[in-house]
Write a protein that binds this ligand. Structure first.
Ligand code: SAH
Length: 255
């Protein structure tokens, strides 16, 4: 029997161990595409694209998230729930918080987490650079993850204040990762952290085997407390990033 697209996409990306999640992910795909008729949660319209570019992409580095041994994690700018929801399904022992400035996206995340029976998902509405000033959230997480939110040097300032000393920040990136990493290194140092690894993988599409979808995970370790001057106001973070040699392409929160 020919495998379904979801089975094929998991098999071709080394994600077969997550096949017990397929029924719940199918329900999530249906809910996401239905909700997308009302609220703009994703630019993707076809179920296959959701499986490849949201589900497989979110899980492509789940092994590295798992290896951190994190008991708590924050997904900064989780939007409609990526990588948050697939990671929370894959790592049931980790308590995840989905942070986003857009409340209506988090409303979907909450409903989806309830429908999936995911007790390990909570939400944090607000802007990252404001929430990390809250005492109970600062240095409060073993792990911060983020995908498709901002260039690395900006993202670092959004994410690292949330991470406890010894914890990790994992940035999901594409082929631009190497250049962004070069720019972001001094920012990591200023924030008390250091880049440990850049892991490159190919996201394989069984419907288009020749296509090179390069994915990267930037692995960052927090070594010291982030100085109280950080994070700066968003306008300052952005203008500092704009002064970097390559400039920047910051996607603002779409409240
Ligand atoms: N991570 C998701 C969503 C990416 S879109 C995915 O990969 O599909 C970027 C999201 O980041 C938007 O939902 C936007 O509201 C949020 N965002 C951008 N800057 C933010 C900030 N400073 N604080 C909180 N959320 C932010």
């Amino acid at each position: 029997m020919t495998p379904s697209y979801p089975e094929a996409v998991f098999a071709s990306n080394g994600l077969a161990r997550f096949s017990p999640l397929l029924p719940r992910l199918s329900a999530l795909a249906d809910a996401l595409l239905a909700e997308n008729e009302k609220v703009n949660l994703t630019a993707l319209r076809a179920p296959e694209a959701v499986w490849l570019l949201h589900f497989a992409d979110s899980l492509l580095f789940a092994d590295l998230a798992e290896q951190t041994g994190a008991k708590s994690a924050v997904d900064v700018g989780c939007g409609g729930g990526f990588p948050l929801l697939p990671l929370a399904l894959a790592l049931p022992e980790t308590a995840f918080s989905g942070l986003d400035a857009t409340k209506k996206k988090l409303a979907f995340v909450e409903r989806a987490a309830a429908a999936l029976g995911l007790p390990n998902v909570a939400t944090l509405p607000g802007r990252a650079e404001e929430l990390s000033r809250r005492e109970e959230l600062r240095d409060g997480f073993d792990l911060a993850v983020a995908r498709a939110v901002a260039p690395l040097s900006v993202l670092a300032e959004y994410c690292l204040p949330f991470v406890r000393i010894g914890g990790s920040f994992l940035a999901y990136k594409g082929p631009e990762a190497e250049a962004e990493l070069r720019e972001a290194k001094p920012v990591f140092t200023a924030l008390g952290a250091r880049a440990e690894d850049l892991v490159l993988r190919r996201l394989a599409d069984p419907a288009d085997p020749g296509k090179e979808n390069v994915r990267a995970l930037v692995v960052v370790r927090k070594l010291h407390k982030t100085p109280p001057a950080y994070p700066r106001r968003n306008s300052e973070i952005r203008s500092a990033a704009a002064r970097l040699p390559c400039g920047s392409d910051i996607r603002p929160a779409d409240e």
